[in-house]
Design a protein around this ligand. Structure first.
Ligand SMILES: [Fe+2]
Length: 321
């Protein structure tokens, strides 16, 4: 906290506090909605006979469960910031009650049978949060309150990520909505499950060959930038001796043949970029994950290109095996 700046009585200081209190109210309101919504999704999962719909519900529960934890952390940080500024929460409680009342009717439906409407409302709510953080950030910057501005920026990035996740999942929300109404969930043009199975067998046979160049990957410089800005999780799919010889610091390591069994370790709210030695195995992994609904890109040229570009590896004197 910049005491000299804040306690000097800047005319906008009270406005910053007011905006922080509004954000706090928004977060408190959201936290009250997560429990009932997740319980409803869980109930539907137990009642659901179709495995693909169960799967979607599980993904949804995991994404919203993760965002509940993030929201709780936001609420804690805003509260701590208000305390640091010598302000309380009394005012937002009233604002919060009014706001929560308006939102309850909408958010209460997220997880209800109409998943299409639920996804729409969750998307709108994330943008309400994003706009509130934006206002707070710009306001705080005007009075040089860098701590509040940074808090707003960091939390806004989490809500941006959640909004993007919801957006990517509109097709899934639609499938859930249709399944809830007993209607067919898949596009007519889509292959039948049998045809998909046959195709999976064919690609497993040809796994040693060149991956299909279906989607261009990202270059190592771009990968390094995305990693530095914490926009992605790097997934290294190489074998143990390759990993031990040298890897990207902070990367998630799951060898290709273990990916199926270790799905639970993959992030659901962040884009994944896959890497191997040369970019071939990881292209296959990226393709497979993409087909399962993950947002995934391959790093072209793999660790060989990463190392050649002198990008950081761990240990610092490591090599590409
Ligand atoms: Fe959010």
């Amino acid at each position: 906290m910049k005491r000299s700046e804040h306690e000097g009585g800047h005319p906008l200081r009270e406005t910053v506090i007011d905006q922080l209190q509004k954000v706090h109210a928004l977060k408190s309101g959201a936290l009250r909605m997560f429990g009932p919504m997740l319980a409803e999704v869980q109930k539907q999962r137990e009642e659901q006979a179709l495995p693909e719909v169960q799967d979607l519900l599980e993904k949804m529960a995991s994404a919203f469960g993760g965002h509940e934890a993030t929201t709780r952390e936001h609420e804690r940080r805003v509260k701590a910031r208000l305390r640091a500024l010598g302000a309380g929460l009394s005012k937002p409680r009233q604002v919060g009650l009014a706001l929560a009342g308006t939102l309850r009717a909408r958010l209460g439906r997220i997880g209800g049978q109409n998943h299409g409407t639920g996804a729409r409302d969750a998307f709108v709510f994330e943008h309400l949060e994003i706009a509130s953080w934006e206002l707070l950030e710009h306001l705080a910057e005007r009075i040089g309150d860098t701590d509040t501005a940074e808090l707003a920026r960091e939390c806004r990035a989490d809500d941006d990520e959640m909004a993007a996740l919801i957006r990517r999942n509109f097709p899934n929300a639609l499938s859930l909505m249709l399944a809830g109404e007993g209607l067919p969930t898949f596009r007519e043009a889509e292959q039948s499950e049998d045809a998909k199975g046959q195709q999976a067998e064919v690609s497993a046979e040809g796994a040693g060959g060149e991956p299909e160049a279906e989607k261009p990957g990202v270059g190592v410089r771009e990968a390094a930038r995305l990693r530095a800005e914490r926009e992605v999780v790097v997934l290294d799919v190489r074998d143990e001796e390759e990993w031990d010889a040298g890897h990207i610091p902070g990367a998630l390591w799951i060898p290709t043949d273990e990916i199926s069994d270790r799905r639970g370790e993959l992030p659901t709210t962040r884009r994944i970029i896959t890497i191997c030695r040369s970019g071939k195995r990881s292209a296959q992994a990226a393709k497979q994950l993409r087909e399962e609904g993950y947002e995934t890109d391959n790093v072209e040229g793999g660790m060989q290109a990463w190392h050649a570009a002198s990008l950081p590896i761990e240990p610092p004197d490591g090599r590409v095996a």
